[in-house]
Design a protein around this ligand. Structure first.
Ligand SMILES: [Zn+2]
Length: 333
C-alpha cells in the first residue's frame, strides 16, 4: 500500500512537471533543431567537382553549392556532367558569372550574371522565380567595371543572394588542415551560428590526370573533413545545407511567429506565420512543441501533410510551412 502511494505521487510529480506548459512552441534555430549550420561551396566548375567532390558528398548524404561558369572551357567540355549529373546527386548551383573574366560595363555584367542564372534555372527543376546564390568571382585588376550599387541592382533583377565573403574561409588558401576546417564547424556549434568553407579544386587520384585543378584540396584533408561534418550532423550538432536553403531558413525564422490556438489534453493546435515573401521563401521551419506527459507518440497534421513523430522528453519537433493552415497535434494511442 505504501509502495503504491509512493509510485502514485511520483507519477503525479512527473506529470505536473511535464504538463507545466503543454502547447508551448518555439521555432528551432536550425532545421531538425540542429545546433548550427555549415555550408560547403565549390568554385569555378572544375572537373574534380563532378569526378571527386560530388560523389564523395553524395556518399555521405551531404550537399554543397557549386558556383559554376557556363561560359568557361572546363565547364563547356563537360557540360553534360553539369546538366544531368551533379545536381541529380543533390547538389545546388550558384552563379559565378559566365566566363570568370570580369565585367566590361553594366550591359556586359547583366549578361555575365543574368545568363549564368538563366542557365542554372533551366538545368535543375524549380520555379522560375526561385532564389539563387551569387558568388563574386575573383578577377584581375581593372577587370570588374561596375559599381557596388550597379551590382546590387543586377542581383535584385536576377533574384540572387550574395554568399558570405571568401575572406578567411578559403580551403588551401586560408585553411590548410582538416582540423582547421572542422574548427570552423565547431565555432559555429559553440555559437549556434553558421559557418562555411570555400573550396576550389579537389585532388584527383582516380581518374589520373597530368595536372590537378586550381588550389586542389588533398583527398587526405578533404575526405576526413566530410567524415567529420557527417559525424557532427549525425549527433544533431550540424545542419549541412546549400546557401539558399540556409538563407531562406534564417529569413523565415527571424520573422516567424507562433500562435497557440488550442492546447488541451487531447489536441494542440498552432499557427505559424512569417513575414518573408512566400514566392521566394518556401522552406519549412522546424517547430518544437511541449506535450502533455501522457503523449508517447504524436500525429502532426498541416493541410494534406500528416506524419507521426515519437516524442522525446515530452517534446516533439516537426517541419511546418509558414503561412499555411494551422498545425494540429494529437496523441496516437
Ligand atoms: Zn572563382
Amino acid at each position: 500500500m505504501k509502495r503504491k502511494l509512493l509510485l502514485g505521487s511520483l507519477l503525479c510529480a512527473l506529470a505536473l512537471r511535464a504538463d507545466a506548459d503543454p502547447g508551448a512552441t518555439r521555432v528551432a534555430r536550425w532545421p531538425g533543431d540542429a545546433q548550427a549550420a555549415f555550408l560547403l561551396m565549390f568554385d569555378d566548375s572544375w572537373p574534380s567537382h563532378f569526378q571527386v567532390a560530388a560523389p564523395e558528398l553524395a556518399k555521405r548524404g551531404l550537399t554543397a553549392t557549386f558556383y559554376i561558369n557556363p561560359g568557361k572551357g572546363e565547364y563547356q567540355k563537360f557540360r553534360g556532367e553539369w546538366e544531368s549529373n551533379v545536381w541529380q546527386q543533390g547538389m545546388a548551383y550558384g552563379v559565378h558569372t559566365m566566363t570568370h573574366k570580369g565585367v566590361k560595363d553594366p550591359a556586359n555584367a547583366d549578361w555575365e550574371i543574368g545568363e549564368c542564372a538563366r542557365i542554372i534555372r533551366g538545368i535543375a527543376p524549380g520555379t522560375a522565380t526561385r532564389l539563387l546564390s551569387y558568388g563574386q568571382p575573383g578577377v584581375g585588376k581593372g577587370a570588374w567595371n561596375i559599381t557596388a550599387p550597379q551590382l546590387d541592382e543586377l542581383l535584385q533583377k536576377h533574384r540572387l543572394i550574395s554568399r558570405p565573403p571568401f575572406t578567411g574561409h578559403g580551403a588551401v588558401y586560408h585553411l590548410k588542415t582538416t582540423a582547421e576546417m572542422l574548427a570552423l564547424a565547431d565555432q559555429a556549434i559553440a555559437k549556434g551560428g553558421l559557418e562555411y568553407l570555400v573550396i576550389h579544386g579537389v585532388e584527383r587520384i582516380n581518374p589520373k590526370g597530368s595536372y590537378q585543378d586550381f588550389w586542389a584540396l588533398k583527398q587526405d584533408v578533404f575526405l576526413p573533413l566530410l567524415d567529420g561534418l557527417k559525424e557532427r550532423r549525425e549527433r544533431g550538432a550540424l545542419w549541412i545545407a546549400d546557401h539558399i536553403a540556409a538563407h531562406q531558413y534564417e529569413r523565415e525564422r527571424d520573422t516567424a511567429a507562433v500562435q497557440i490556438l488550442a492546447a488541451t489534453g487531447r489536441t494542440i493546435s498552432v499557427r505559424l506565420t512569417c513575414q518573408a515573401d512566400p514566392q521566394r521563401y518556401d522552406q519549412p521551419l522546424t517547430l518544437v512543441t511541449s506535450l502533455p506527459a501522457a503523449w508517447r507518440q504524436c500525429r502532426v497534421t498541416q493541410g494534406t501533410n500528416q506524419f507521426c513523430r515519437v516524442t522525446t522528453g515530452q517534446e516533439v519537433r516537426y517541419p511546418a510551412q509558414p503561412n499555411g493552415t494551422p498545425i494540429t497535434l494529437e496523441p496516437v494511442d
